[in-house]
Write a protein that binds this ligand. Structure first.
Ligand code: ZN
Length: 187
């Protein structure tokens, strides 16, 4: 089921989300909400979605990032649900990343983020996972995990001159800034 997406200004986006318990994972109650989050992400052509964006204040994110979206070397993130993700930067090297957000529609801005992160999470089947992400996929995971702490990418924009409407960005800047025209990459 496609869910309504909370937009910037809704308090649920500012509230730190609570951890999902082992009991909740074992009970299978997350199945429906995760299915609905994937449906909602697909409907709005996002590459990620965090539960607070659909008014559920739990530490849950879903992602599906195509390969090579920004850099041909970027691998894909297959359709993944992460419960209680813990993101740890593993390099001092940063990158500038163009970001949009389904909760801040039609806008885009440039955010500086660590280039490489380690992520530990629990899958819906209760299995613990850990993986390193680099480049755009690393930024996508960081963007979604920020939502669980009540943080929006907007307050991470270093140069507010980069904050602009997606349509104008596509018209005037996308080709020179290496982002495919009309590609919004929202989460
Ligand atoms: Zn977002």
């Amino acid at each position: 089921m496609i869910l309504k997406v909370a937009r910037m200004g809704h308090p649920v986006l500012r509230q730190p989300a609570r951890e999902v318990t082992g009991r909740e994972i074992a009970s299978g109650v997350l199945g429906q909400i995760l299915a609905d989050m994937f449906d909602t992400m697909d409907e709005y052509e996002g590459i990620g979605l965090a539960a607070p964006q659909v008014h559920v204040s739990l530490r849950l994110i879903v992602l599906e990032v195509p390969a090579g979206l920004r850099d041909p070397r970027d691998p894909a993130i297959p359709r993944t649900a992460m419960i209680n993700p813990v993101v740890t930067p593993i390099t001092d090297e940063t990158m500038q990343n163009w970001e949009g957000c389904l909760s801040v529609p039609d806008l885009i801005g440039q955010v500086e983020r660590p280039r490489k992160v380690h992520v530990a999470w629990t899958a819906p089947d209760g299995i613990a996972h850990q993986q390193e992400f680099e480049g755009f996929p690393a930024a996508a995971v960081q963007h979604e995990a920020d939502h669980l702490d009540g943080v929006l990418y907007v307050e991470r924009i270093g140069d507010m001159k980069t904050f602009q409407f997606t349509r104008e960005f596509s018209r005037f800047h996308a080709r020179t800034d290496g982002v495919p025209e009309g590609h919004e990459d929202e989460g």
